[in-house]
Ligand binder design. Structure first.
Ligand code: F6R
Length: 267
């Protein structure tokens, strides 16, 4: 258990919602949860399978995990990781790639073996993307599925790059890993990363909703007032493909939200 206490705990839409007074505390608690899950899975099954996210939200979480590793408290030697998404097309050497992000924030600092750290490949030929995505889903399933899937949330409610869409619920819940078009909100938010709107890629590979929901536990972290509307809709509103994070309501008992007061303001 984490020593970091939330200021309040809500049970909402089948999820536990842990609200922290600051973003920093929410990230510390999230890092503690990840580390505990990794250690428990390794102790009980000899390995841990982690679904990882990128973006600004997990940066302090990875910094905490690196600090735990450096302090000799945490090893990734028996961990296997699968990242949620990658821009397409992109080279892993491009500093805007999520492979580069993971290298910078986690992989190069810890003892996770290279062949156990999987990121969707932004260099596969376009005709092979469907096959690559299906293969990624197969690897995750053959590895036994995720012990924990870490998620952030987009301002439009996306999880991974599963963007808002008009789909029957049954179809939305079954979305596989695949190549997608990015939403205009997602592209606008990516300008700060790519430097200029004209440089923002329009497509990405993303792990699908079905694989996320199949995780044994899901930890979603949301920080700041700009995430409050999406958090509110995901927890107060109905399950709908227009708010992809609301689809987490289909996994009752498995989802923990760790959020700061600012992100909790519309629950
Ligand atoms: C990234 C990902 C996205 C982000 C989301 C929030 O791997 O899957 O869904 O989690 O866009 O991004 P930040 O944390 O930058 O606000």
């Amino acid at each position: 258990m984490s020593d970091i206490a939330p200021t309040r705990v809500l049970e909402k839409a089948g999820a536990s919602v842990l609200v922290y007074s600051t973003a920093e505390l929410a990230c510390q608690a999230a890092a503690d949860r990840l580390a505990e899950t990794l250690k428990t899975a390794v102790a009980t099954r000899g390995r841990a399978v982690l679904g990882l996210a990128t973006g600004s939200t997990p940066e302090p979480i990875y910094a905490q995990l690196v600090a735990k590793h450096r302090a000799g408290e945490l090893s990734f030697a028996q961990a296997v990781s699968y990242n949620l998404d990658e821009y397409y097309p992109i080279s892993p050497l491009d500093p805007n790639s999520y492979r580069a992000y993971m290298h910078q924030h986690l992989f190069r600092h810890v003892d996770l073996p290279a062949h156990q750290a999987h990121v969707l490949d932004g260099t596969v030929p376009e005709f092979a993307t469907a096959e690559h995505a299906a293969q990624f889903d197969r690897w995750i399933s053959e590895d036994g599925g995720f012990d924990l899937q870490l998620l952030g949330i987009g301002r439009n409610g996306h999880i991974g790059f599963n963007e808002p869409a008009d789909l029957p619920l049954e179809k939305a819940l079954a979305l596989p890993t695949r190549l997608v078009e990015l939403d205009s909100v997602t592209r606008a938010d990516a300008v700060k990363q790519f430097g200029d709107a004209s440089h923002v890629l329009h497509r990405a590979l993303t792990v699908g909703v079905a694989q996320i929901l199949a995780a044994r536990s899901i930890l979603i972290v949301a920080l700041g007032t700009n995430k409050a509307p999406a958090v509110g809709l995901s927890l107060n509103g109905p399950m709908t493909s227009n708010v992809p994070a609301s689809l987490l309501q289909a996994a009752p008992g498995k989802v923990t939200w760790m959020i700061d007061e600012a992100a909790a303001s519309e629950i």
